[in-house]
Design a protein around this ligand. Sequence first.
Ligand code: FEO
Length: 409
Amino acid sequence: MKPVELKRDIYWVGAVDWNIRDFHGYSTEKGSSYNSYLIKDQKTVLFDTVKKGFFGDMMHRIYNLMDPKQIDYLVVNHVEMDHSGSLREAIELIQPEKIFCSPMALKAINAHFHPQGWPLQVVKTGDHLELGSRTVNFLETRMVHWPDSMFSYIPQEKLLISSDGFGLHWATSERFDDQVNQSELMRHAAKYYANILLLYSPLIQKLLAKVAELGLDIDMIAPDHGLIWRRNPATIIRAYDAWSQHKAASKVLVIYDTMWHSTEMMAKAIYDGALDQGVSVKLLNLACNDRSEVMTEVLDAKALVFGSPTLNNGMLPRMADLLHYLRGLKPAGKLCATFGSYGWSGEAPKMMAQILSEIKLELVAEPLRVNYVPDHEALAPCRELGQKIGQMVAALNLPPACDEVYCGD
Ligand code: FEO
């Protein structure tokens, strides 16, 4: 297991997890990586460790460069266990002179590890660490992704080590953004943002403003997951700016589950109605689309239409799961409507609408219901609903939706 040099004497020494398929409900169908970085200078520093179980991978890479006991410092940019699961083992082996972390990370380290005698030193935004020919400037980045999160910026190298920020879950043998398919790269970055960071969008707006205010000159961003951005780091910064402002494309999603295909017939009629208005429309059956893939589509959609038949006086379980997930991630600025077929009670469309209104998404129509199996005539209100929503989206003159998620280009 070899290290990969990012810049002279700066190395990726992390681990690739080819097998992980679920990350707290996020479908990591192509695995992930836990990145850690080593800078060799007069003082040598290791940024973040890796998930428990991958300590050996990281150490094998470091042994290719040096005896790990010669590492002087550790920097804990993030305490979540995918980056600190090996922290105790790393400290016991390396015996670092100092371990740098944010004030909130100190609390989190104490609560996770209950350490005795660890040489922890708190650093705040504006503090820096001299390595010799390089400096590490620290920037607290609360809630990107936890309260403890922190970026490390090395001005002499124009390198930003960005913890969870600008990351993506994708196991690859390649380490740099310019070595992989660009569409797939941005799709994974969007999925990561939509499923992990979307609810922190207001804080990400503040963070981007802070980075601009500090005038950080960046030609490489090294996150703790996925690929290192070196081709043009402005691409992912611009995408984060667009996503955190909830910018949308000219795109409607019809998201549904169905029991005996009646709600599916309604979904298709809504789809037809919207499509006639010249907007992009996607039909997403929850039986075939994982919640985290749906959430990725939600990221840049302007309108969301949710359909479920009524089961046991409620919505189908997959729709309840999705709306619960959606509620937590706090999408904003969407136009919404609900629909569903029913037999006798028919509560589901109203219940879905209630949740959407609680999370402050704009409902543009009353919940639409059809009794049992709709014929062509009974589907007319569905086509009209699709037309109405399609017209509303078309009138906004949004950027066209393409196969990939809108990234602010
Ligand atoms: Fe990749 Fe918040 O941990």
